[in-house]
Design a binder for this molecule. Structure first.
Ligand code: ATP
Ligand code: MG
Length: 555
């Protein structure tokens, strides 16, 4: 990544603001609502906000946008912090302060009182249906109702009573008094406070009125003196309200900027939909490896470096677009290719007996990672009986079949060249064993046989094989653009997104696998240990397939 990249439009804005002296340093924020786990779209926002601060010597606040007590929970707060830390691992970057919009409830209440005093807010007793009707339509202006003319004193008293718990949910709201005929529907006297007798995960029962997003967000930015408040395109129509509040209250002028949210093929990115997948059991949990959540991707074996690289590659746009899931897989593969330990695992075993091998058990050496010159080697036990993959053998092979076939030779990875002499079948005619002979002077690294074979197979020594469960994942949805597809998104769930192999056979070194290590099972893909794995029962997840399974090994 040494090539000069052109600036994205937000970097251009920041550089202009720093150059003009409008700001001497920048302060950004990442404002998750703790009502779900973070997904890859949030990763884009994190990379942008934290990345800008790092690039320009500023800082980033982590602010929980916790103004809706009904859907929020500390479980989500904890997971969000863990995910951000993981995503930024190794970058030296992190949040300056951990903040909560709920810490500003008293200040926000004060701002609302200030608006009332200025004649810019009023208590409305209308029902939500009445408010909706009075609001008009995009082509028809709204109408002013009688509550709009309440006096400042009356509004102050009613708002205090709302806070004191005198009214039930929905009985009254506080609205900003802006313009019921505005072409921007969001400026037609937006609701800024509503009554909700609900327990809040941080403030408990201290409040029964809660500020709306449009009243809480900008003011929270302003309280923290955020210079660049970056959000997604759907907030463009909210910007006039953002500016209106700051202007009327005469507080620090934070500015909002919008970029295109990340949408990705074969998945959904709305927390509401993700929650549905979890609650209705379509996936096992928020960190199910098929989920587009950061925790799911972590569990599946994606690395923080590859997610950051992906976010960097897709860039920051002003127009909505749909990013191909395979671009993310490409980034993951590129990184894993550099760091993954190579290991041999046979998924569907066929026993091979090497009839002329009489050295007992031999420890062969195999390189851990050809991409890393300091990767070292490991011992791989070899003996008379090994497993190869069933589909690496064909009794009647076509031309140019370079794997094993009667009379044909292949190399066993990091071991010897063998030749298939005899096919053993059971009573039903199923192939149950191959009898082969090996070429003694063909050992990898010291091959003097002069024999050239085109195929190299992975294998596992029968006596020392370690059984493991392997979980193979596919796209969660069958439809490329799930968001645009007709009907319920759940109709497009891929029924085959998880395939479990109860028993695969691994070389013994994998019994020592750790959660942090990444592996390439030769010719099979990239894998990692799953958190459900135990000493008694190893469980591995396939992170991603190899791009070209066959060409790689044969190089
Ligand atoms: P969702 O639609 O999944 O519920 P949200 O916008 O309600 O997402 P928040 O927790 O409010 O979720 O988001 C925190 C920050 O992440 C916001 O600044 C938001 O703009 C940004 N963000 C959310 N989804 C995406 C996305 N798909 N791409 C880029 N940024 C996103
Ligand atoms: Mg939101």
């Amino acid at each position: 990544m040494s090539e000069e990249k052109s600036l994205n439009f937000i970097e251009e804005i920041v550089e202009a603001d720093l150059a003009s002296g409008k700001h001497s340093s920048i302060l950004t924020r990442f404002p998750p609502e703790p009502n779900g786990y973070l997904h890859i779209g949030h990763a884009k926002s994190i990379c942008l906000n934290f990345g800008l601060a790092k690039k320009y010597g500023g800082a980033t606040n982590l602010r929980f946008d916790d103004t809706n007590p009904v859907t929020e929970d500390t479980e989500y707060v904890d997971s969000i912090k863990e995910d951000i830390k993981w995503l930024l691992e190794g970058t030296g970057n992190g949040w300056k302060q951990e903040l909560y919009a709920s810490d500003y409830f008293e200040q926000l209440y004060g701002f609302a009182v200030d608006l009332i005093n200025k004649g810019l807010a009023y208590v409305d007793d209308s029902t939500s249906e009445e408010i909706a009707t009075q609001k008009g339509t995009p082509t028809q202006p709204g109408v002013n109702n009688k509550y709009r003319d309440r006096t400042v004193e009356e509004n102050l008293q009613l708002f205090a009573d709302m806070r004191a718990g005198k009214y039930k949910d929905g009985e009254k709201v506080l609205r900003a008094k802006i313009d019921m005929a505005s072409t921007n529907m969001l400026l037609r006297d937006p609701i800024i406070y509503r009554i909700k007798h609900a327990h809040h995960h941080r403030t408990g029962d201290a409040w029964c009125i809660y500020p709306m997003y449009d009243f809480a967000h900008g003011q929270s930015d302003s309280i923290e003196k955020i210079t660049h408040s970056i959000c997604t395109l759907e907030f463009i129509p909210h910007r006039p309200m953002y500016d209106w509040c700051i202007e009327q209250l005469g507080i620090y002028p934070s500015k909002q900027y919008e970029f295109a949210r990340l949408n990705m093929t074969y998945t959904v990115m709305s927390k509401r939909k993700l929650l549905q997948l979890v609650n209705e059991g379509h996936v096992t949990s928020w960190d199910d490896p098929r989920m587009p959540t950061i925790s799911g991707m972590r569990r599946r074996g994606f690395t923080p470096d590859s997610l950051r690289e992906f976010c960097d590659k897709i860039g920051i746009a002003k127009r909505e677009n749909l990013i191909d899931f395979s671009l993310l897989e490409f980034c993951v593969r590129e990184h894993l290719n550099k760091i993954a330990q190579r290991r041999m695992v046979v998924f569907d075993p066929l026993k091979v007996v090497i009839t002329n091998y009489d050295l007992g058990e031999e420890n062969l050496l195999s390189e851990n990672n050809p991409e890393d010159e300091n990767g070292g080697e490991r011992n791989v036990p070899f003996s008379k009986e090994i497993y190869i993959e069933k589909d690496d053998f064909m009794e009647v092979a076509p031309k140019k079949y370079f794997r094993l076939a009667p009379g044909q030779m292949v190399r066993l990875k990091s071991a010897y060249i063998i030749q298939c002499d005899e096919v053993i079948k059971d009573a039903e005619g199923n192939i149950i064993q191959l009898n082969c002979s090996y070429i003694p002077n063909s050992k990898s690294g010291s091959d003097t046989s002069g024999i050239n074979v085109k195929g190299t197979l992975h294998w596992v020594n029968v006596a020392t094989a370690v059984p493991m469960e392997v979980r193979l994942y596919d796209r969660l949805f069958t439809e490329e653009n799930v968001g645009a597809a007709e009907g319920d998104f759940k109709e497009y769930i891929n029924k085959d997104s998880l395939q479990v192999l109860p028993v695969a056979y691994a070389e013994p070194s994998l019994a020592e696998a750790t959660l942090n290590e990444r592996y390439q099972f030769i010719r099979k893909g990239y894998f990692c240990l799953d958190k459900e794995s135990t000493k008694e029962k190893l469980v591995f997840n396939r992170t991603v397939t190899l791009k070209d399974t066959w060409a790689k090994v044969n190089k």
